[in-house]
Design a protein around this ligand. Structure first.
Ligand code: F6P
Length: 548
């Protein structure tokens, strides 16, 4: 028997019936002065305040019913037990296995701990200067070549946790290059020394043309100076992939191969050996702390009841916003410069996972799924797109993300020589940041009611824009691991409710195929096409040829 689609489900019909009578956020706060006390829940390392969402106790109980009736509890058990949750590709999704504690890994999944150890070994050799470039010099720079999940996760984490880098990692600079046009790599190669640069080629498939073309350029750059090709490959390239064969074909020596497995989705792979760039940049213990935070969140997700479960609650609120209140845009607003790459990271995680319009069974869907998700460091976005959030015509749901403490730990001081005055100035900046974060969610929720009433139309703020705030005690490796895992589980829960497969991405395949088909046609004169092109594509190709 197939599960009924979302909108045909009784619990959904109950929820739909509640929408029109839902008071505004101003009224909800006035009606219940204890609203925030009742509408916040905690998980490892973070607290979710959802009191600024347009929900009440009836909505929450309807959402809980939906969760239960759509059999999400058994879907979650299945995820952890290795059920075939990725049906279109016939496999499990076991990224949670990668962050199990060492004892369980050694006992139950030795292949995972063996790869983790091999990665640790390589990282130690590089940090200790035992691993050397072809001319015998110590490695000073590492470039991670990858794209999508093989780039965004490590890039986001290294940027977020820079100040926690351990002493052994501080002399090594880690860079990222992803773009197919080679421009990021071009900029890096201008400044790097081939004798002291190591490349990580991170690609689950090891067929992604973006990454392989960057890797080929890096190899050509090294070949200019290194006379011995096998020495060059041994000293300057590490491969990270689920395909040993493809790594071998490219020339990665077996000792330089780090593996992960088909059951780790690309956008869920930062916990695997794809995290090598993280361990190199910050130190292996920091990477292990990240895993530990994610594991704690896994346990919370697996065991907490739905309305006390942070990822489940975030997922249910998203369903309410998208499918009942018809809010199709979702802003991610970290009030923390260190989380600069968190919005792009989540754009892939959420939209590549749930931007789908057929169910797991291939049945077309007649309701909305993943909203358009975008974001920016909140305080900067205040000077950019917040105008639309406050006074545009679009309803938008937002996630505010904030760390309560900053500039208060020894780790944060280590890499900067912070004296008392300097620290006080920074702490004052953090206070300002906190005030801005709280002010913005307050104005979004209450509009002019937050401060005054005005009849000036240009200064009219309607409010009633829902948001949640995710509050961390502080941003560190443990809490970041928990935060990322929290969003992963939100995505899985929403996929279960929408009935889609969050672990495939067929929607990106056709574009790649067409690019391969187009490339040889670019320099052919009109009329020689082996495939008939639309007039726009032909026009642009001809115009480009004319400019070259
Ligand atoms: O094109 C999409 C995608 O397959 C993503 O899902 C993935 O993270 C990215 O490309 C990179 O893939 P790979 O790690 O196989 O190079």
């Amino acid at each position: 028997m197939t599960t009924p689609l979302l909108t045909g489900h009784p619990a959904f019909k109950f929820l739909a019936g509640l929408a029109s009578g839902m008071p505004t956020l101003t009224d909800l706060f006035q009606q219940n002065p204890k609203r925030a006390e009742q509408m916040h829940i905690a998980a490892p390392a973070l607290t979710l305040d959802f009191s600024k969402q347009r929900v009440d106790a009836y909505v929450l109980s309807g959402l809980e019913q939906l969760f239960i009736q759509l059999k999400l509890p058994s879907a979650i058990d299945g995820l952890f037990a290795g059920a075939e949750v990725n049906r279109s590709e016939g496999r499990a999704a076991l990224h949670t296995r990668l962050r199990l504690p060492d004892e369980s890994l050694d006992r139950d999944f030795p292949e995972v701990s063996q790869q983790l150890r091999q990665m640790e070994d390589l990282v130690c050799k590089i940090h200790a200067g035992v691993w050397r470039g072809f001319s015998g010099k110590r490695i000073t720079d590492v470039v991670n070549l990858g794209v999508g999940g093989s780039d965004l996760g490590p890039l986001m984490v290294t940027q977020a946790l820079k100040e926690y880098a351990l002493p052994e990692a501080r002399d090594l600079r880690v860079h990222f290059a992803s773009t197919i046009d080679g421009s990021q790599l071009f900029d890096l190669l201008e400044h790097l020394n081939p004798e002291t640069t190591l490349f990580l080629i991170a690609s689950k498939s090891f067929t992604t043309i973006d990454t392989l073309s960057n890797a080929d350029t890096a190899r050509a750059w090294l070949e200019r100076v290194c006379p011995d090709p096998s020495l060059m490959l041994r000293c300057h390239f590490i491969g990270i992939s689920a395909s040993v064969d493809k790594m071998e074909q490219w020339g990665i020596p077996s000792d330089n191969q780090l593996l992960f497995w088909p059951w780790v989705g690309g956008r869920f792979s930062l916990w695997s050996t794809v995290g090598c760039a993280i361990a190199l940049d910050l130190g292996m213990p920091v990477f292990r702390e990240l895993l530990a935070g994610a594991h704690e969140m896994d346990e919370h997700f697996r065991t907490a009841p739905p309305l006390e479960n942070v990822p489940v609650m975030m997922a249910l609120l998203g369903i309410w916003n998208v499918n009942v209140l018809d809010i199709r845009a979702h802003a991610i607003l970290p009030y923390d410069g260190r989380l600069k790459y968190f919005p792009p990271y989540l754009e892939q995680l959420e939209m590549e996972s749930n931007g789908k319009s057929v169910t797991q069974d291939g049945v077309p869907i007649d309701y909305a799924t993943c909203p358009v998700l975008w974001g920016e460091v909140g305080a900067n976005a205040q000077h950019a797109f917040y105008q639309l959030l406050h006074q545009g015509t679009q309803p938008v749901a937002s996630d505010f993300i904030l760390a309560a403490n900053r500039y208060d730990t020894a780790a944060e001081d280590v890499s900067r020589s912070i004296n008392r005055k300097h620290r006080e100035a920074l702490v004052a900046q953090h206070e300002l940041n906190i005030a801005n974060c709280l002010a913005q969610s307050r104005v979004l929720a209450l509009g002019n009611d937050a401060v005054d009433l005005t009849d000036n139309p240009f200064r009219f703020y309607p409010g009633n824009q829902p948001s949640s705030t995710l509050l961390l005690e502080r941003l560190d490796a443990f809490s970041l691991g928990a935060l990322v895992a929290c969003y992963e589980h939100k995505v899985f829960t929403q996929a279960g409710i929408w009935g889609v497969n969050p672990f495939d991405q067929w929607g990106v395949e056709l574009g790649k195929q067409v690019a391969l088909q187009l490339q040889p046609l670019l320099n052919q004169p009109t009329g020689d096409d082996s495939v008939v092109l639309d007039s726009s594509t032909r026009f642009l190709a001809d115009k480009i040829a004319g400019f070259r």
